[in-house]
Design a protein around this ligand. Sequence first.
Ligand code: SF4
Length: 489
Amino acid sequence: MRQGLSKGLYIRGKQCPKSLWLHKFKPELKDEVSERQKAAFGAGTEVGELACNLFPGGVMVPFKGLSIAEQVTRTRQAIANGEDTIYEASFEHDGIFVKVDILRQSGEAWDIYEVKGSTEVKPVHMDDVALQAYVLRNAGLDVGKVNLVHLNNKYCRRGNIDPHELFSIADLTKGALEKQEEVAYEVRRLRDMLTGDMPEVGIGRQCSSPYDCDFQGYCWQDVPEDSVFELNGRGIDPFAYYHRGMRRLEDLPLADLNRRQRLQVELHLSKGERINAAEIANFLEDLWYPLVHLDFETFMAPIPLFDNSRPYQQVPFQYSLHIQQAQNSSIEHREYLARPGVDPRPGLIEGLLREIPQDACVLTYNMAFEKGRLKELAKDFPDHAEGLNGILSRVRDLIVPFRKRHAYRWQQRGSSSIKKVLPAFVPGLSYKGMPIADGGMAMAAYHLMCAERDPGKLAEIRENLLAYCKLDTEAMVQLLEQLYELSQV
Ligand code: SF4
């Protein structure tokens, strides 16, 4: 039986034929959809709807409640009725069904506008629009321009969203037309593949590029703990070793590794550590008191939610501070979590400027992130630039001794991330079991909080967010204490 294809299935098959085969014949093996992925789908829909405002007054061909044949007929009727703008225009050729986000008449021809929530054109987008052009042309439509509508990351919101400023339009006509033969070939190849048994495809870079495949739970189930994929740093291809049967760190030839990778493998095998007390002491000498441990949580949105923000800008909505006046003095905790639905930054800035002592050393973990946010806050809220730049100039980075391997334990698994360093140096403190256990989950929780109306659920989300951010700075407090101890060894 000839298998039907759609744009999504074509792209899936091009990424990995096995993924398409599994999707068709073993869909029950798919991974569960995470809250983060659900949020991304929702954001994509919102971007698509907003892009329709670039060409208002069109007619929509809905997906819900209509069969493929009905959607195609509705589109034909809209064209026959003289409509010049059709949203979700639907076409079918040779069992391949596509929906065009925006189809717009231009003279005798019809221009395709495919809408993406990205801020640039990616190679996979060319395959996407090439397939659309292939189906429309073969369905008898005179295709004019083939365009990709994507977000303009330079756009800064001021008042109501202006779609003409928010979106950029890239003309991909030439590339899409050049790919027409390739599309015909790929369609045949995928159809042939679907007539056979599951193709043998080993795990590889295609599992997460261009998209995260949703069969990773199935295909990666035999990857052992301590696999070659734990190896940190560049220069070697872990897939090549894996497929040659060197699946664990211990299988890797040390001569192939760089200095840091060798250290990771050697200490993994010996379950050992490397501590350089003198270098740790040097690092500590650069700190002073009062000392404030600072951590931000941020959200990103493709369509800027507030004035003075840009697509996908990391907007801080929460901070946690642990403040210590002297090395052995008691520690005070301060925190801020914005109310949902209001710009979190004015309240956050006010809190930071009020609570961080003017002469304090400001310690962060991986300072590029916090510094980036402070710089943006200073730029977007120039009235507070002086105070924020003052904080910025006093930021120091707790990751340094761990990243430089002055303090390294095998449990870090080659990583300097706080999530890996904490269990290695402070096993009593853990993110395990927390309802929010990483920055991505915190971001998803913020979006949930903004949509939630139930006071009980809202309170629960707030409590979880506060607990997570607090643990980040608590972890820093304890790691710093550990460094002081290790510097004495
Ligand atoms: S997990 Fe990788 S190998 Fe398995 S189907 Fe997906 S892309 Fe293909």
